[in-house]
Design a protein. Structure first.
Lengths: 179, 361
């Protein structure tokens, strides 16, 4: 990014932090929302809030955890607000127009399946299996108990296993398990 | 779910999410948003304290200083592609805006400055002389209502190798100049009324200049990197009632320079350079569409302008100070025209006079 109007060292530090985390936060947001625009909005909101309290955030020693927590909370609020619009269904949404690559097909199917999960289940899956967090770390990020993370992740995987929208890769893994 | 399946889930999620390519980090937008959050917190704290100590009367004035938050910008999606190697001459860029395909193509008949665009856009003239300015933007519209689109075309100076347009919601478009008929151009089609927040031009090695438009896309002044530009202020130059219709003429100063806008109608006017030359007392500038009113620029010494109308009536207008100059506006009744004007200083002395000026001349 070439346009950065910074003058204070704290601003420069924040800018560096943002450059390093932006892509990961957007990807986390995408896993939570299934929409890149929303994901970027969530990441932007979380970073703006972190900027507003940057000295305090920096003092925590773990700004990543702070920003992630803001992002998860913001998404939770959004989820509650749009509960009706994002009503859970048993059937997967249509995949839309044909994708150009198999990778996009794969992503579309997986994200569509994730979107059938509840907020807590979705967040638990993304934190545990994409961010590779331990159950304890995921519980801290979500502000809930370790047991809750365990059960959310377990229910999520069970639901995904039953869902017809998962791609061959995962289905193949599951059939191996059955064998 | 055994370990294999967990591992497989990790792989699938990694494959799905790691391939997401976000837009560039919107550092500027995040910092602005963060500063707004801080400012709102400060207002909240001050207002809270005021209530706590019983200063109920003070609270509204504190809250009144908080600017209303602008409405959230609409969602949109814009993609821009440079022309392919075998693209027809004059094709500057193509892409999609909210799913609608577009092309920006300059006319191929040698008339630089004329454009022939994809459907929904009628031709419009494009300024092809940069006159030393890093870029000269021209904006044309097409479509209507929620489907309206704006075509943004800019002639750029020879040393410019990239132009970025910062849009709401953190989007930054990178535009790369394409040569055509001795000039270099960039172009894009945006959703109608979408505010361009900032344009930045770069040479191969550095940022050359930036501009913040007045309104959605009127670029007037270019600033050096790091240069602050004028502070944002709004001045009411004149207002009144003519033939039963209200009118007003506001001056808006800011990093774009100085622009004027009429209401109703919303015609805007952004003079390049000073409206009044050295040694000149006043100059009649523009006429608005009905309801009609004259506007005038005057030297800093002028305090009042007197206009003599064709029906013998006199009208006085205070000269309002904007960026060191004075401006005035006066309405024109049905069938009236200005016969002459006189400018007066602070102590009432006459500083200058001039002949009238008819709208449309």
């Amino acid at each position: 990014v070439k346009e950065v109007a910074m003058n204070a060292p704290a601003d420069a530090e924040f800018t560096e932090f943002m450059h390093g985390r932006w892509a990961q936060l957007v990807r986390l947001g995408y896993g939570l929302t299934g929409d890149q625009q929303l994901a970027e909005d969530l990441a932007q909101t979380a970073l703006a809030k972190a900027y507003a309290s940057w000295p305090r955030v920096r003092r925590t020693g773990n700004p990543d955890a702070y920003v992630r927590r803001i992002m998860l909370n913001a998404n939770h609020r959004r989820f509650r607000k749009h509960r009706v619009a994002e009503r859970l269904t048993d059937t997967l949404p249509e995949a839309g127009t044909a994708d150009l690559t198999g990778r996009q097909d794969d992503r579309t199917a997986l994200i569509a399946a994730l979107m059938t999960l509840s907020y807590g289940q979705r967040a638990a899956v993304v934190l545990r299996y994409w961010m590779d967090m331990t159950e304890t770390e995921a519980a801290a990020a979500l502000g809930c108990s370790v047991g809750n993370v365990k059960s959310q992740a377990s229910r999520a995987l069970a639901k995904l296993r039953l869902s017809g929208g998962l791609n061959d890769g995962l289905a193949e893994g599951m059939s191996n398990e059955r064998r | 779910m055994n370990g294999d399946n967990e591992r497989q889930m990790r792989d699938r999620l990694g494959g799905a999410l790691d391939t997401i390519t976000p837009a560039s980090p919107p550092v500027g937008a995040v910092i602005r948003q963060g500063r707004n959050i801080k400012a709102r917190r400060r207002v909240g704290v001050v207002a809270g304290l005021a209530v706590a100590v019983g200063l109920v009367a003070a609270a509204p004035s504190v809250i009144g200083q908080a600017k209303p938050q602008p409405a959230a910008p609409p969602r949109y999606q814009v993609t821009v592609n440079p022309p392919a190697k075998n693209a027809p001459a004059g094709l500057i860029a193509s892409g999609t805006t909210d799913g609608k395909p577009w092309r920006v193509r300059l006319a191929s008949d040698g008339r630089a400055g004329e454009t022939a665009f994809a459907p929904d856009f009628s031709e419009f003239g494009v300024g092809d002389e940069t006159d030393g300015s890093p870029a000269v933007f021209t904006v044309g519209g097409g479509g209507a209502g929620g489907n309206s689109l704006s075509m943004v075309v800019a002639a750029v100076r020879a040393d410019v190798s990239e132009v970025t347009l910062r849009l709401p919601r953190g989007t930054v478009l990178d535009l790369h100049p394409v040569a055509f008929h001795g000039q270099r151009w960039v172009g894009v089609v945006l959703p109608g009324r979408l505010q361009i927040i900032k344009a930045v031009v770069y040479s191969r090695h550095r940022e050359v200049a930036y501009a913040i438009p007045f309104g959605t896309s009127t670029f007037v002044s270019w600033l050096r990197p790091g240069q602050q530009g004028e502070a944002r202020h709004t001045f009411l130059v004149g207002s009144g009632l003519v033939d039963g219709r209200r009118w007003s003429w506001h001056a808006y100063t800011g990093p774009w320079g100085n622009c004027f806008q009429a209401a109703p109608g919303g015609d805007s006017y952004c003079p390049e350079g000073s409206s009044v030359s050295r040694g000149q007392v006043a100059t009649m500038s523009t006429c608005s569409a009905p309801p009609t009113f004259y506007t005038a620029g005057a030297s800093p010494a002028v305090r009042v302008l007197r206009f003599k109308m064709s029906d013998g009536s006199m009208r006085f207008a205070p000269a309002v100070s904007v960026l060191g100059l004075r401006f005035a506006a006066v309405e024109l009744g049905k069938g009236q025209r200005m016969v002459s004007w006189s400018a007066y200083g602070a102590s009432g002395q006459r500083l200058g006079t001039g002949k009238g000026w008819s709208c449309g001349e």
